[in-house]
Design a protein around this ligand. Sequence first.
Ligand code: ADP
Ligand code: ZN
Ligand code: ZN
Length: 738
Amino acid sequence: MTETLFYQVAVQSPLRRLFDYLPPDDANVAVLPAGVRVTVPFGKRQVTAIVVSSTVSSDYPIEKLKPITAVLDNAPLLPPILFDVLLWAARYYHHPLGDVLASAMPTLLRKGGELPSQRLWRLSTLGKGLPDGALRRAPKQQALLQLLQQHETLSNDALAAAGISAATIRSLKNKELIESCTRTISGPAFDADGKIDILTEAPLDLSDDQQKALERIELHSYHSYLIDGETGSGKTEVYLQAIAKVLRYSRQALVLIPEINLSPQTLARFQARFSCRIALIHSGLSERQRLEAWWAAANGTAGIVIGTRSAAFVPMKSPGIIIVDEEHDSSFKQQEGFRYSARDVAVMRAKRENIPLLLGSATPSLESLHNCQQERYHHLSIKGRHGGASQASWQLVDIRHSQLNTGFSQTVIEAINMQLAEGNQVLVFLNRRGFAPTLMCHDCGWVANCRHCDAHLTVHTSRPGLLCHHCESQQPLPSACPECNSQQLNYLGQGTERSEATLKALFPDTTVHRVDRDSTGRKHAMEGLLTQVNKNSPCILVGTQMLAKGHHFPGVTLVVVLDADTALFSADFRALEKMGQLITQVAGRAGRGDKPGVVMIQSHHCEHPVFELLSQHSYAKFAQHILRERQFSDMPPFTNAALIRAEFHRREDAFNLLQRARDFLESQRPSNPALRYLGPFPAAMEKRGGRYRYQLTLIGAERRDLQSLLSRLSHWLEQNKSARKIRWSIDVDPQESI
Ligand code: ADP
Ligand code: ZN
Ligand code: ZN
């Protein structure tokens, strides 16, 4: 008797376990490899699942197991190395494998859909049996018949190219002489093979630093390189030339970039340089387009794959290099569900594929700098900027005791005036959208609060109303105080809309463009604005971090940071790091053309050491300073952290679950000095969207200790009855406040 084979499959479900099935009833099916999709009965439904492994024993009695209903793929959709990386990610982030595997596939495939296929025509049995010289009186039909005698199958496109009309095809089909079939589209695989010229324009002559960086990159094995150089220093040029080398030996390149940086300009630059197909993967694609881009990467037709976070998991036929641009950007970390870091996944993937990884940034994350110090990454610096722009000079504007005109100091107003008079452009940065963050009654002190969150409602005037920035709930703007009926409602603080209004009043003859999520929501709004701004007539740009990222404003000579103080007193231990990165990035927008730039920072705390360091143009020194602080306080990257979150509409339940989780953890590892617990504490915003949110932080000196505790904890939480009603999650290497 032959042994029975059991398959373990992953199903998209909140459970961190696999499910056992018997082989399909169809005896002709060979052993299914990992990564093949199948349909299985699951409860009352039939669902798409992915084969993970097969064994000869099951923990379940065989009579309780059901067979796989259908096999959907001839070959694994996820190649073995990528599959391993996904298994690793599920373990590392303590997330259900079914969900993790699903994130590597476009929705259409998750739902059991087919790979992109093509309709082809071939002769039917009747057609094959026709005697020579048949259809002599219909020469067009005869021509089609002859073509299909020479080629087994032909697509509509190929037939059209051979001069066969749709009508001719229809006639032969109606006579049942030809029939259609489908075939998965695959190929021609991207293959440079030293023959085709993969470049469509000459590469630039590299500067010494660029050349040194490029030469350091070892292409045939795994190494991580941090390419550190300010905006405009020529990092992208180094990527392009490294990619060219990889393409020459027929390997593919994967380039990950933050969503906001995936502009038509970026794409145009790659397209201008390379002749190969470039697959783009981002959130703006339709399901169909996503499937096609995914498939072009997977089957090797695309030489280059450019994508945002989720592209870290796109299969590639022959990966040769992975590049993560703006590696410090927090959008690489998914903040809900499967909370992975695309950058860290890229590191693991490059390691397993044994290919190089380039991490590029003008403001590297403390993690990556730390990894360089530990000699896990090579640190490659590129100094200077191209196009001869000199470095901006910095000025700290002390606003203690000074009269502010809705947030603007007199010094700043005068400076703006001067720049405009000289025909220059000005950029005003304020990381808060809306008109005013708070609406308050002058007579009784009533404040407009969100009913579902511990947050004030933000006043918006462009689309008038009160809006909660945390749960998106909206209310009309009241004309009088709902408590005391007073008409004296005051706006406190300022957001971009208010700064825009102030600037328009102060500089009535100058165009003011506002750039934030509200103003650029419409498709192409940002592109239109960029075209206008880059015509270089004097104007003022006012906006949020959207202004700091990705876009180039060569005409801007003055950058104003209106409020740099918020981050100094944040509970989030990463707030300073992020503030330094943002200010450095904004400052990098100034003076890119032939005019030097000025950066003005308004603060009540100009003596704070971080401003001093930043204003010496030294993000590097600034980063070393906060890195030392992290070391003294035993925080990441010197330790490893995980955050256990719980939210529920009753405060006590969320709190109690985490308290018991902590008791459980402490019982597993009594008084281990290498492990610290913080909490359970309420989250920075305790109530959000009607739920109370608590968090428990684990900080461990050893990653392995922390990981084994988290495995036990996730098991405990899954088994725990009272945890079932509560929304809980485990966040490894959290980006948000600890
Ligand atoms: P980064 O990616 O660091 O912001 P880029 O690679 O985009 O820098 O380069 C900024 C500008 O300088 C681009 O317009 C680019 O074409 C130009 N540039 C980069 N490297 C060189 C070079 N070696 N010679 C001349 N121009 C260069
Ligand atoms: Zn009132
Ligand atoms: Zn709210």
